[in-house]
Design a protein around this ligand. Structure first.
Ligand code: FES
Length: 252
């Protein structure tokens, strides 16, 4: 059973809101049908990650990088879920790039920029990549794949990541119909998920308390993914509102 998250990541930095279940609720009970509010991007499976450079002082310097993901990287240098991290690099000219950290030799996860190696180093068989993903040293023969990166303003980047979006199936919890909502979504192993609520479209999102059993206490603020479908429950808040499931993105 998932439990409140305690991951050894350095910190969580961005709240990635691909999975959104919006539910309009009127009167005293939840009412179906629910409506989907927003997709993460116009390509159905893409997600758009927006990050503030204020959260990454490392990227204030040239020749730097950070590695971000939703599931951790194991000691074997492979992802502990199905998603490979994103390497955001800044080259000597200050240009930003977003690269898929999957090594093109045998799919290990490539390290962030290494001062000693002067590049992005793969710990499995020592391939080395440049800040633009080009191969500096084999055995890899192909460059790292790039993600589309947009510089929104001086301090904000947006990165489009294929395959990251997930859908949330909402429903009324049968046992506590009228007071409790059931949210089911595809989760990644060891990824951290939370649920947020807002009473109106123009209101700020607030963290909602989660129960992991239909009749259990709503006493969690986040849960760990299980590499498969996951169901959580949230209680009704007011007479109307919207919920979304949030996958947290952090340095991995
Ligand atoms: S997997 Fe990266 S060098 Fe072999």
């Amino acid at each position: 059973m998932p439990e409140s998250c305690r991951l050894g990541r350095r910190r969580f930095v961005a709240r990635f809101f691909t999975g959104i279940a919006a539910c309009a609720v009127a009167g005293r009970a939840w009412k179906l049908p629910f409506v989907s509010e927003v997709r993460a991007a116009d390509e159905p499976s893409d997600g758009v990650l927006r990050i503030s450079l204020d959260d990454f002082p490392a990227l204030d310097s040239v020749q730097s990088s950070v590695r971000l993901g939703i599931n951790p990287v194991g000691d074997d240098s492979f992802p502990m879920g199905s998603h490979y991290p994103v390497l955001i690099t800044r080259d000597i000219l200050g240009r930003f790039r977003a690269l898929n950290a999957e090594c093109r030799h045998a799919s290990c996860v490539v390290d962030p920029y290494d001062d000693f190696e002067q590049g992005l180093y793969c710990p499995c068989h020592h391939s080395l990549y440049g800040m633009d993903g080009s191969v500096l040293r084999g055995p890899a023969t192909r460059p790292l794949r790039s993600h589309v990166l947009r510089v929104v303003n001086e301090r904000t980047l947006e990165i489009r990541i294929p395959g990251l979006a997930f859908e949330v199936q909402p429903g009324v919890a049968p046992v506590r119909a009228g007071t409790r909502l059931r949210l089911t979504f595809r989760s990644e192993a060891m990824a951290v998920y939370s649920v947020e609520h807002r009473p109106r479209l123009d209101a700020a999102w607030q963290t909602a308390a989660i129960a992991v059993e239909e009749n259990g206490p709503p006493n969690l603020t986040s849960v760990l993914g299980v590499d498969g479908p996951m169901t959580v429950f949230v209680d009704r808040v007011g007479d109307a509102g919207f919920f979304r499931v949030v996958a947290e993105f952090g340095e991995v």
